[in-house]
Design a protein around this ligand. Structure first.
Ligand code: NAD
Length: 299
């Protein structure tokens, strides 16, 4: 069992840290938000007053933060940056979805100090995090990948080695761009069916079993009431924020520009989610794009 520091206990990090503690690892957790710390304590984690305190004596540090600037700051740039205090030989597993350049930069900075850093973004949503059923997409060397396996297995079911540092983030950006397109398409289709007299649950079941079937229909139906546990049935609270999806579509846009890979569908999805955010919905779950199609003000 490992001594683990866990930084970032939001919608995803909270349940991930809880699953590590449940598996018997000694987890010391930190988040800027007090309620998140209290939740972690209830889930069996020790809690700390700062990231530095949480990391004292840790063999492995795991982070689950919003974006690249938070990761760069935590490990390298802020006062009391973790790379200045972690022991040589520590492994850092960053599960945040960030840009590949930042992941490679932080990995290089770690290497200079004898600290391993891998990017290990996840897929599976809050439900997957709670169930310990996430998919991890790892970028790093083979030895680091092997070392991370037992910890990742306590939080996930599918663990992929995408390639060297940064490769996990590229694969994650490809996946989330596809997810955005699928969610937008699913909202579009359900809205058209409902406006033409269909029951959203019946239509969803038909499409789920037909050639339009996809992850949004299977586990994350965007229409309220169709799926009891989906954010759509909880006022679009929790889950995966519109703001975070727009961040991910920005990452995909950067990758497409750097590589001259055309992403017309991804660009359309980015425009849709940005218009939805402009309506004041940035903090709601991304499946609330449904209300954009509906004409909107069930908000
Ligand atoms: P969130 O906003 O719910 O959680 C982020 C947490 O980080 C917050 O609790 C915040 O207080 C904390 N935080 C920020 N800066 C910090 C710092 N310097 N030190 C300590 N804590 C700090 O976000 P989330 O939904 O948990 O997403 C986290 C990451 O996972 C994002 O990169 C997101 O894109 C990715 N992701 C989210 C989902 C999802 O379904 N929510 C799915 C896959 C990947």
């Amino acid at each position: 069992m490992s001594k683990v520091a866990f930084i970032g206990l939001g919608n995803m990090g909270g349940p991930m840290a809880a699953n590590l503690a449940k598996a018997g690892h000694a987890v010391c957790a930190f988040d800027l938000a007090a309620p998140a710390l209290e939740e972690a304590r209830r889930a069996g984690c020790e809690v700390a007053r700062s990231a530095v305190d949480a990391s004292e004596g840790a063999e492995v540090v795991i982070s689950m933060l919003p974006a690249g600037q938070h990761v760069r700051s935590l490990y390298v740039e802020q006062e009391e940056a973790l790379f200045d205090v972690l022991d040589e030989g520590t492994l850092v597993i960053d599960c945040s979805t960030i840009d590949a350049q930042t992941a490679r930069f932080v990995a290089r900075e770690g290497q200079k100090r004898g600290i391993g850093f891998i990017d290990a973004p996840v897929s599976g949503g809050v439900g997957g995090a709670q169930a310990g059923a996430l998919t991890f997409i790892v970028g790093g060397n083979a030895a680091q990948f092997e070392r991370a396996q037992p910890l990742l297995a306590a939080m996930g079911k599918n663990i992929f080695h995408a390639g060297d540092h940064g490769a996990g983030q590229i694969a994650k950006a490809c996946n989330n761009m596809l997810l955005a397109v699928l969610m937008a398409g699913t909202c579009e289709a359900i809205n058209m069916g409902v406006k033409n007299g269909l029951d959203p649950a019946v239509l969803s079941e038909i499409m789920k079993q037909s050639s339009g079937g996809n992850w949004a229909l299977n586990v994350y139906n965007p229409y309220p009431g169709v799926m009891a546990n989906a954010p759509a049935s909880k006022g679009y609270q929790g889950g995966f924020q519109v703001d975070l999806m727009i961040k991910d579509l920005g990452l995909a846009t950067d990758i497409s520009q750097q590589s001259a890979a055309a992403i017309p569908m991804g660009s359309a999805a980015r425009a849709l989610f940005t218009l939805h955010k402009a309506g004041g919905h940035g903090k709601r779950d991304f499946s609330s794009l449904m209300t954009f199609y509906q004409g909107a003000d069930e908000a």
